[in-house]
Ligand binder design. Structure first.
Ligand code: ADP
Length: 276
């Protein structure tokens, strides 16, 4: 499947792309991640991109397109891909069309992740990622917890850092740039009958379900535990006869306590008694 995830900064493109990677086994291509990697490696491309990224503007189309052309030429994209953060303006969308036409790999769907402006700002302010493994957390909604406290690379608690462009001033500019340059792509892909808008607010799992539904991917439900062999199911007594039984016995001779908490403890107490 060849998919574009379209959405404002903080709409969850990266998080949902990861879910799709696991579910569909196709690579995520994030121009933001590719550019950040170039910056941290100190390449010429990274040097040229850094200033625009730090101030919340778009990096030059020529740099981004060169990067995408190279990435889409790699063999792992034959079975499909998820484009995250690309295309980001009409020129990039047209260039992508031509590139995919030449590769004979047309897009299957463009999913638009819709999130309210106020929610976007809140999400970005709380966003942190691990400096070692790159996993993304949110201090407000999904901090490291339980099995995710330690970094799989270092075995130590994650070293959480904030992206340099996640500061207040840059975020405001990124959202403005999204409205001006990227939002027109919604109409562009709608006119081609490819747009699938989904509500991207709420729990991550809920959004994933909406995303899978929009893509027509069957949702996997968790397998039910098989019934234990040693405990065959007793036939369910009808409520009416149970009520009669309780009424038939005087209260003090009742073996089960009317208090539900004490009733819950009773089997454990009986088991202890047997051991003694
Ligand atoms: P977000 O979607 O949260 O803004 P990204 O990680 O996708 O974050 O992008 C970070 C920055 O990288 C952008 O603000 C922009 O400067 C640059 N960038 C990413 N993708 C593109 C693109 N397709 N075209 C131009 N610039 C891009």
């Amino acid at each position: 499947m060849r998919i574009v995830l379209l959405g404002a900064p903080g709409s969850g493109k990266g998080t949902q792309s990861q879910r799709l990677v696991e579910r569909l086994g196709i690579p995520q291509i994030s121009t933001g991640d590719l550019l950040r990697a170039a910056v941290s490696r100190g390449t010429e491309l990274g040097r040229q991109a850094k200033e625009a990224m730090d101030s919340g503007r778009l990096v030059d189309d020529s740099l981004v397109l060169g990067m995408i052309r190279e990435r889409l030429g790699e063999p792992d994209t034959r079975k499909g891909f998820i484009l995250d953060g690309f295309p980001r303006n009409l020129a990039q969308a047209h260039a992508l069309d031509h590139l995919l036409e030449a590769l004979k790999q047309p897009l299957d769907a463009v999913v638009q992740l819709e999130v309210d402006y106020g929610e976007l700002v809140k999400r970005i302010a709380g966003r942190r990622s691990c400096a070692d493994c790159g996993r993304v957390f949110n201090l407000m909604t999904s901090p490291p917890s339980g099995a995710s406290v330690n970094c799989p690379k270092t075995g130590q608690p994650h070293r959480l850092v904030q992206r340099p462009d996640d500061n207040e001033a840059t975020v405001a500019e990124r959202l403005r740039v999204y409205d001006e340059k990227t939002r027109p792509l919604v109409d562009f892909y709608r006119a081609r009958g490819m747009l699938k808008p989904i509500n991207a607010e709420g729990e991550v799992d809920t959004v994933t379900r909406r995303l899978m539904q929009a893509l027509g991917v069957p949702v996997v439900t968790r397998a039910r535990r098989p019934a234990r062999k040693s405990a065959p199911k007793k036939p369910v007594r009808r409520a009416k006869s149970a009520a009669k039984r309780v009424r038939a016995k005087p209260a003090k001779k009742r073996r089960t306590s009317p208090n539900p908490k004490a009733r819950a403890k009773a089997p454990a107490r009986r088991a202890r008694g047997r051991r003694r």
